[in-house]
Design a binder for this molecule. Structure first.
Ligand code: GDP
Length: 323
């Protein structure tokens, strides 16, 4: 029996990972799943996290808990983004180690890479140049998470891995009009425009930046794929101080093209306007996903299908996002 703790199971990715693990358990895998809500366990509280690990003694940890948000939230709350993420990573990774956990998977983000890294961005681009200012505090915390995993693995022989997803989206996303990421924000804005009969929808920035989107179910599958790799395979495909693995679809799209896709899916036929007074952020964020592809995994959910499915989920849950 493997006792597996999913930190952040109420979040979009943690939830998708938990659903996949529950399916495996239902199919007969001997899994004992441990979770805690934010109210039950504050992961920024060192003493509480220590007591949790001492009592629960998991064998494996998936760290999917993080303070996340889009370009506006990152620029508005930089203190929370760096503080909470550093605390969560330090507490979970160190206390897991102190409680004897030998296998851990940490989830990061493609924003760890330099703003102007050559595209598509390979894992080796980490720490080769200045970061994008709009999310630098978050990125620094996520880089620290990778280095925590690498340092504990190198010094103590544990097997702590990291995966860096592209911009994630899917059911359970944050559809807040200002604080979330672009895809859920646009789904909500275009849906509201259709229902109010608005003639135009405004998107932030110039519409020119390019982003790579990955459906959260693909991310959940990739996370478990990486966690399940045997150690020799993982280590043969990574380097001791560059041990993270990119997870993406391998395709990017401009924000204007994304808006056109969301317009089609939601049935909006009016004008799309840009607002260049808003930040564009990184000009392009496309990851080189050949490391993971070479090990045998590739994304399976095309963006148009994923957006249509996410829109249906939003419509079913729309009432919860009012106000
Ligand atoms: P980023 O990948 O860290 O920049 O995160 P976001 O998902 O927040 O933003 C991606 C891009 O979409 C940026 O260039 C934003 O300016 C642009 N964008 C356009 N409209 C929106 C919107 O309504 N919300 C957000 N969050 N971004 C938007």
């Amino acid at each position: 029996m493997t006792r597996l703790y999913v930190a952040g199971h109420r979040g979009m990715v943690g939830g998708a990972i938990l659903r996949r693990l529950e399916k495996r358990r239902a199919a007969g895998e001997r899994l004992d799943l441990v979770t805690r809500t934010h109210t039950e366990l504050d992961l920024t509280d060192q003493a509480a996290v220590r007591a949790f690990f001492a009592a629960e003694r998991p064998d494996v940890v998936i760290l999917a808990a993080a303070r996340v948000g889009g370009i506006h939230a990152n620029s508005t709350y930089p203190a929370e983004f760096i503080y909470e993420n550093l605390m969560i990573e330090c507490n979970v990774i160190h206390q897991a180690f102190a409680a004897g956990v030998t296998r851990l998977l940490q989830l990061g983000s493609s924003c760890i890479y330099p703003r102007l890294a050559p595209q598509p961005v390979a894992e080796q681009a980490l720490l080769t140049g200045p970061l994008e200012p709009t999310n630098e505090p978050y990125a620094v915390a996520k880089i620290a998470g990778i280095k925590l995993c690498e340092s504990y693995s190198r010094q103590y022989g544990v097997d702590y891995r990291s995966v860096m997803p592209a911009n994630l989206y899917g059911p359970g996303d944050n559809f807040h009009p200002d604080n979330g990421h672009v895809l859920p924000a646009l789904i909500r804005r275009f849906d509201e425009a259709v229902r109010s009969g608005a003639e135009a929808v405004t998107i932030w920035g110039t519409g020119m930046p390019r982003r790579e989107f990955l459906h959260v179910d693909d991310m959940a599958e990739a996370s478990l794929f990486v966690l399940d790799l045997d150690r020799a395979t993982y280590e043969a495909n990574t380097q001791p101080m560059q041990s993270h693995i990119n997870v993406g679809s391998g395709r990017d799209i401009s924000i204007l093209e994304l808006a056109q896709l969301v317009a089609r899916v939601t049935g909006f036929s009016g004008r799309i306007e840009t607002d260049p007074t808003r930040h564009d952020g990184t000009p392009r964020k496309l990851m080189d996903v050949s490391r993971l592809r070479d090990m045998g995994w590739r994304a399976g959910i095309p963006l148009d299908r994923g957006v249509a499915e996410t829109y249906r989920w939003f419509v079913d849950h729309r009432d919860a996002f009012r106000g």
